[in-house]
Design a protein around this ligand. Structure first.
Ligand code: MN
Ligand code: MN
Length: 318
């Protein structure tokens, strides 16, 4: 086990959990022996939000909160931040105000990693960033199984005439054949809707939907068993929209909905997914300008990302 760091954790240049920074291009060019198993990638794009912007500052804020994390996960009994295996690849250069171009930029930046089997952990950005991410995953593997934890289904068709938007990414991904809806699940749904057909439309795409009430009734183990049955246990992509969490624990988000998960429930639901091998993860919709001075949303987001890295470490150990 690693000793405490020789200098306080608030010293040094901010990378996720003070991990080594290996730029995206260098990662893509690395040979098989030295290539990282998981790359953390920031995607600071937030101009496809319908309510609060600000997620462009999330990669920076989550990295700042993450320096508090320690390498050993006592519940899973696994080394999460193994040097060389997990690196911070920095941010994707995006185009503010242009979601279509940004989606292309994301796909181009992540495709070399996906092609080489490096799992990506994306720190958004608004949920639109998942479209480019899923293009990268599907480029080699074909339509992927997708597990989404979100208060919203994100299957609306358009916003103000815009078709690539944070509330439409999942419909676009299914239309582009990036996601296999028959192996995909959206859990945590709640809040008011535009019309009685909103959720029916999502089901008509072939998705399985789990409301927040159903999720609570299932509990972490029941949820994880259902996720494995639906998505399988290989090559799954996990997309976590922070608005699945209650605004009391995660107030700083683009489209808050009351009645969500507590911080403890959130960790338990993600931990229960041990046993699934993930091709990629994302953590989206954190909007740091709306965080209180204690930065609780970014702190929780850093810890959710840590739980995702723990799932990857468990998969590596199998
Ligand atoms: Mn979302
Ligand atoms: Mn949402």
């Amino acid at each position: 086990m690693s000793p405490p760091r020789s200098a306080p954790r608030y010293t040094g240049i901010r990378t996720f959990a003070s991990l080594e920074h290996v730029p995206l291009a260098a990662l893509a060019a690395a040979d098989a022996e030295t290539r990282a198993e998981v790359a953390i990638v920031g995607i600071p794009f937030d101009t496809a939000t319908s309510w609060r912007p600000g997620a462009r500052f999330a990669p920076e804020a989550i990295r700042s909160a993450s320096v508090l994390l320690r390498p050993w996960h006592p519940r899973h009994r696994v080394e999460v931040l193994r040097e060389g295996a997990v690196v911070d690849a920095g941010d994707v250069g995006i185009t503010p105000g242009n979601a279509a171009r940004t989606s292309d930029q994301i796909a181009a930046a992540l495709s070399p990693l996906s092609a080489e089997g490096t799992a990506t952990l994306v720190l958004g950005g608004d949920h639109t960033v998942a479209l480019g991410e899923l293009r990268a995953h599907a480029a080699g593997a074909g339509p992927v199984p997708l597990l989404v934890i979100d208060a919203h289904a994100d299957t609306w068709d358009e916003y103000y005439g815009e078709r690539i938007f944070h509330g439409t990414f999942l419909r676009r991904a299914i239309e582009e054949d990036l996601v296999d809806p028959a192996r995909s699940l959206v859990a945590g749904l709640r809040g008011s809707l535009y019309s009685p057909t909103d959720l029916e439309d999502a089901r008509a795409l072939g998705l399985e939907l789990v409301t927040i009430e159903e999720l609570r009734a299932l509990g972490p183990d029941g949820f994880a068993a259902g996720a494995r049955a639906r998505c399988g246990s290989e090559g799954v992509v996990l997309s976590f929209d922070i608005d699945a969490v209650d605004p009391s624990a995660a107030p700083a988000t683009g489209t808050p909905e009351v009645g969500g998960l507590s911080a403890a429930e959130t960790l338990a639901f993600v931990r229960a997914l041990a046993g699934i091998t993930f091709a990629g993860f994302d953590l989206v919709e954190v909007s740091p300008p709306y965080d209180p001075p204690a930065q609780i949303t970014s702190l929780l987001a850093a810890n959710i990302a840590y739980e995702m890295l723990a799932l990857a470490a468990l998969a590596r150990a199998r």
